[in-house]
Design a protein. Structure first.
Length: 276
């Protein structure tokens, strides 16, 4: 009766309910947080996520509307911003130290997915996977960490300096080419390296002497009359300034009154007892 043009029309929408995988997310700006090791730090993070349509009616009503061709790119920007906001909040709430984040990626990802579930459900979607691939520190902080790690690998800085000085002298000895100004420059460099090597060797010898002195029992020490350095009583010359040491007078103890009497005396100066 309407000429095959019915006034009662209906539109049919088909919704794909499969999982949409390998969608990428990342922080456009660093996330500020307070860390127990570094204080205030800025962290960047990125990863992937997957979602599926859980409620087609809610998706069409809230997001798609009457759009005849609605694809993931139409909502991907909104989802990324929602993910970054939820991740930043979850990262701050977790209070995980920056150096321990790598061992807690899975736990932090599950925690973030739980926080974002309600936001995705309001769009008729379900966040099925949230993966954190990497959380990185600023380049300056990473460079400082590399230096700290290098110092830990080097160990004893004094011995490392001696090793470098020895290598420099070896390289200078092998460099026999050049003349004129180059020779003068080589001599200057040689003198500088020699002084550095001498200083390193002196430090090593002093360290060896101090270790040997602390390890041995030694004996009584007296002060040098010239420089005041402590020197063994039986030493003929001072270890520091080379001045001749004056031997202390030898004494003996009186058997009766315990007074100190000069060696060679026949009688005690205090009680008159004969000294043996």
């Amino acid at each position: 009766m309407h000429g095959f043009n019915s006034p009662f029309k209906a539109e049919v929408y088909f919704v794909n309910t499969k999982q949409f995988t390998d969608l990428k997310w990342g922080t456009s700006n660093p996330v500020m947080m307070r860390d127990s090791d570094f204080g205030m730090v800025r962290l960047r993070a990125f990863g992937i996520y997957s979602f599926r349509v859980a409620d087609p009616r809610a998706l069409i009503k809230e997001i798609a509307g009457t759009n005849a061709h609605f694809v993931t790119e139409d909502i991907e920007g909104q989802l990324k911003r929602t993910l970054v906001s939820g991740f930043s909040d979850a990262l701050a709430e977790s209070k995980i130290a920056a150096l321990d984040l790598a061992s807690n990626y899975d736990e932090l990802g599950k925690f973030t997915r739980g926080k974002l579930a309600e936001d995705f459900n309001s769009f008729g979607l379900e966040l099925t996977k949230f993966v954190i691939e990497n959380v990185s520190l600023p380049a300056e902080v990473e460079a400082a960490m590399d230096k700290r790690t290098s110092m830990g690998v080097i160990g004893d800085v004094g011995r490392y300096a001696q090793f470098q000085a020895a290598d420099a002298m070896r390289d200078a000895a092998q460099n026999t080419g050049g003349g004129g100004a180059a020779t003068g420059a080589g001599l200057g460099a040689g003198f500088a390296i020699g002084n550095a090597m001498a200083g390193a060797m002196t430090g090593a010898m002093n360290q060896s002497k101090s270790e040997a002195g602390s390890g041995s029992e030694g004996g009584a020490k007296i002060k040098c009359a010239k420089c005041g350095a402590a020197t063994l009583a039986n030493a003929k010359y001072c270890n520091d300034c080379g001045a001749k040491m004056e031997s202390a007078p030898q004494t003996v103890t009186c058997a009766k009154c315990n007074a100190q009497v000069s060696a060679g005396s026949k009688f005690c100066n205090e009680c008159g007892t004969k000294v043996e």
